[in-house]
Structure formats: C-alpha cells, structure tokens
Design a protein around this ligand. Structure first.
Ligand code: NAP
Length: 293
C-alpha cells in the first residue's frame, strides 16, 4: 500500500507553525493584514474567499474582503489596489480570479506592489523565481514542494516529471524544484499536449506531478514501481450515487497507480488544502519583512 501524502494533515502542521509566528509578530506590534478583492458573483470564488477568511481567523491574521458588483469598472479596482499598496497595515493583497470579462486581468495583477503580491503572480515575482532569487512563491506549487519535503520525499537529486505547463501550476513547480536550494535541486522534465509519448517520460520519473485538468491522464502503465505521485487535478465526474450528482477526482487513475507507488496524494484531501495555507505563509512573510524595514 502506498503512503498517502495528505495535504489536509500537512496543512495542520504548517498552521501550527504560523500561529506561533503570528503571535511573535503581534508581540512586536505587527498584526499581519490581508486585503482580498472579490468582483462579481462567481459561486466558486465566493467559497474560496470564505475559506481564506476562515484560515485567517484561525491564525490571527487580519483579513478584510471588499466585495464589488460584476459591473464594477476596472479603474475602481485599480484605485483600491493603489490605496492598499500605500497602506502600511496591509501586508498582502489578493485579487480573486477570475475577474469579469470586461476587466484586463493583467492590468489588475500588475498593479499590485510585488512586495504585497502574496499570490506570487506578479511578473516581478515570477521573474525572481526564474533567476533563482525567489520572494513570494505561487501558492499551489509552493504547497506541492512542502508536501514532498514534509512527507519525506525530498526532490533533491530525483527525476521529477511534471505533466502540464500552465502559468499557475506546471511552470512554477518546475521552476521551484529546479532551484539550486534545499528541498529542490531536482532534474525536471515538463510534458504537455505537444509531447508525443508522455508515458515514455513518466515511466522514467522518480516523482510524477500531474496537472492537466483531465481525469485519467496518468494510468498504471505510465509509472514505474516505487514512484511518488502528486495529483494536482481537481475534476468533477458525474456520480448519481452522490447527493450533489458528482464527485471529485484527480488527473491520475488512482486505482491503477496507487499499487505501484511508494507514495501518492489523494483527491480530495491532497494538494487542494495546501493552496490557502501557503497564502497564509506568504502573508506572514510579508508582515515579518516590515520589522526590518
Ligand atoms: P490548465 O491551465 O488547463 O493547464 C493544463 C496543462 O496540462 C496544459 O499545459 C496542457 O498542455 C496540459 N495537458 C492537458 N492535457 C494533457 C495531456 N493529456 N497530456 C499532457 N499534457 C496535457 O490547468 P491548470 O490551471 O494548470 O490546472 C491543472 C489541474 O490542477 C486542474 O484540474 C485544476 O483544477 C487543478 N488545480 C488545483 C489546484 C489546487 O488544488 N489547489 C490549484 C490549481 C489547479 P498545453 O499547454 O499543451 O495545452
């Protein structure tokens, strides 16, 4: 039986560490502050933002969400960001994506001060990671790195094959794991839809990270015995036996891959819970920095 790498449990460990860091900061007169901007009525976005608020509450981070109607002008959002950029009590700014179609997402994200960009999506932070001088790491990939390290599967010296090259998962996790640093230093291969035979690469991998958004992308015959697998995918598949009519599955055929794996992350309960935790970590980091400024 493969060991299960549960983000749910690792999240608890990191939250305990963060609680102490927040207390220490408070004893020095700094309360970490996060501002969230939520535009429109997207139900999933509302759920994410609510969960972020709950995490802040658990950790003692001051969080405030500004909810704006769907037809808000882009200028209004830029004004708010400018106000938060200038406010010393605000350490982190997060604009919940997706934004309504009439807004230019790039304009909005680029307006955030990179020192408060706790999502790690600003090109300054993306570029810093690329050149080996990272500041804020994007949250989902940073969570994946923590899952590997804290489950005793240090990627150093390992061959990691990442399936997917998006800007929010595939590319940044590749950049993180190839850093010449502790908890990284891996040999990294990226596969995508242009890869002729993904299995040819994944069969060589010590660690497979699947981030395609398609259930069943990684099958049992595509991995070697003893592989470590991180399944980032979150996909809804119809399931009339469930109250909601669907269930969540990853990108990996769990039943086929688990028997061959040394360790594997489940879906749900795997990568999912890590994203908000790493957002909290970035917010605390941003607040800590103010002590030395
Ligand atoms: P995305 O932007 O759609 O990117 C998917 C990537 O996978 C693309 O690079 C695509 O290649 C590649 N791909 C798709 N099918 C493939 C196949 N059959 N073989 C090889 N490569 C294939 O998706 P994303 O935003 O990275 O998200 C990926 C998955 O992770 C989704 O299920 C998403 O819901 C989940 N996710 C979870 C979390 C979390 O748990 N916290 C956070 C973010 C995302 P091309 O570039 O060639 O098109």
């Amino acid at each position: 039986m493969a060991e299960l790498i549960r983000g749910k449990d690792i999240k608890k460990q990191i939250e305990e560490e963060l609680k102490q860091e927040v207390e220490e900061l408070k004893s020095k007169g700094v309360t970490p502050g996060l501002k969230v901007i939520l535009v429109g009525d997207d139900p999933a976005s509302h759920v994410y933002v609510r969960n972020k608020g709950k995490a802040c509450e658990r950790l003692g981070i001051q969080e405030e969400t500004t909810e704006l109607p769907e037809d808000t002008e882009e200028g209004k959002v830029l004004e708010l960001i400018d106000q938060f950029n200038k406010d010393p009590k605000v350490h982190g700014i997060l604009v919940q994506l997706p934004l309504p179609k009439h807004m230019n997402e790039t304009n909005v994200l680029y307006a955030i001060d990179p020192k408060k960009d706790v999502d790690g999506f600003h090109p300054v932070n993306v570029g810093r990671l690329m050149i080996g001088d990272p500041d804020f790491l994007p949250c989902t990939p940073a969570g994946i790195q923590q899952m590997l390290i804290r489950s005793g599967n240090d990627p150093a010296g390992k061959h990691v094959v990442i399936v997917g090259r998006s800007n929010i998962v595939g590319k940044p996790i590749a950049n993180i794991l190839m850093q010449k640093k502790d908890g990284a230093n891996a040999t990294v291969t990226i596969c995508h839809t242009g890869t002729k035979d993904v299995g040819e690469f994944t069969r060589e991998a010590d660690i497979v990270i699947a981030a395609t958004g398609w259930p069943g992308t990684i099958t049992g015959d595509m991995v070697k015995e003893g592989v470590v697998v991180i399944d980032v995918g979150v996909n809804r598949v119809d399931d009339p036996t469930k109250e909601k009519g669907y269930r969540l599955v990853g990108d990996v055929k769990f039943d086929e891959v688990e028997p061959k794996a040394k360790a594997i992350s489940p879906v749900p309960g795997g990568v999912g819970p890590m994203t908000i935790t790493m957002l909290m970590k970035n917010t605390v980091k941003a607040a800590k920095r103010t002590l030395s400024e």
